[in-house]
Design a protein around this ligand. Structure first.
Ligand SMILES: [Ca+2]
Ligand SMILES: [Ca+2]
Length: 301
């Protein structure tokens, strides 16, 4: 009987141990299954836990407040040349008294590409526009490298090497204002299509699209206002004409005589009236048109 009881106790002990042993892995499996999805779900609770754990992390204390103080106490370096605008061919440098001053550009980049070459008003090919402006600066300041007084006013006539330009015939010249008007309108339209037309000119462009009698006038007004930039004085100087003159010269040999003819009173400035007349647009006085455009635009902002 005793043996039976002992055998029963032993069997029971074995069963209990076995049962516990087999239950352990199940508990682990349960834990793994229940934790895994929680890692992928950013519940507000999990997020707040993350923030809290990051706030408590030692990394947060790596940057002590003293470091910020050191940065704040440093004298900030402001480049005095940052606000100085030097003309073409000049760069800003500090003089002996640590004052910013414009000097002739010391070195122009060495250009090997023919398309970087420019043709000057003396019909001479230069390596780059930089070289032209640098030389003009030398003559302006009396540098010994200046090759003569005539270079005091040297400027770029057109891009590319100098070439023989065919003469603009009478017939070509008489047709040129029409072609120029057409070109101006198409440029304005292209800029509008590409969302590159400044907002203050959009109304002009839209009116030109819908009202054909305004097409040429509005395109002409837009370009004239656009060219009258520096100085903004209701007149387009020779310098301000550069953005249309130089790039077009290689393509349109009549552009130079055409633009020269626009300055009818020969004061080296093209007024809006002269511009409109030159483009053969019949329109009354438009002298303050640019101001009106800018004023209307600023009121609509
Ligand atoms: Ca001007
Ligand atoms: Ca004039």
């Amino acid at each position: 009987m005793k043996y039976h009881i002992l055998a029963a106790i032993l069997l029971l002990t074995l069963l209990i141990c076995d049962g516990l042993a087999s239950e352990k892995p199940r508990k682990h499996k349960k834990v793994r299954r229940s934790r895994k999805p929680a890692l992928n779900i950013d519940t507000p609770e999990n997020l707040s836990n993350t923030v809290e754990s990051e706030e408590n992390a030692p990394e947060a204390e790596v940057v002590p407040p003293e470091v910020d103080d050191v940065i704040d106490n440093r004298v900030p370096f402001v480049d005095p040349c940052a606000t100085v605008h030097c003309g073409a061919g000049r760069v800003c440098q500090m003089d002996e008294d640590d004052e910013p001053m414009c000097v002739c550009i010391p070195d122009c980049p060495v250009e090997v590409e023919p398309r970087r070459k420019v043709c000057s008003n003396h019909n001479q090919t230069w390596d780059s526009d930089c070289a032209v402006y640098q030389h003009r600066c030398w003559c302006d300041v009396g540098d010994e490298r200046c090759k003569g007084d005539k270079f005091k006013h040297v400027h770029i006539e057109y891009y590319g090497e100098c070439r023989d330009m065919p003469d603009c015939t009478k017939e070509e010249m008489s047709d040129f204002p029409r072609r120029m008007r057409d070109w101006l309108f198409n440029i304005m339209r292209d800029l509008a299509d590409r969302q590159e037309l400044p907002a203050r000119y959009k109304k002009l462009e839209q009116e030109a699209e819908t009202n054909h009698t305004r097409r040429w006038t509005n395109a002409a007004v837009w370009k004239w206002c656009d060219l009258d930039g520096h100085p903004h004085d209701r007149a387009v100087s020779r310098h301000e004409l550069f953005p249309i003159r130089a790039p077009l010269m290689a393509l349109e040999h009549c552009i130079a005589p055409f633009l020269d003819s626009c300055d009818s009173d020969n004061n080296h400035r093209i007024s809006l009236k002269e511009w409109i007349t030159c483009l053969e647009i019949e329109e009354d006085v438009l002298e303050d048109k640019c101001e009106d455009i800018e004023e209307a635009f600023s009121h609509n902002i």
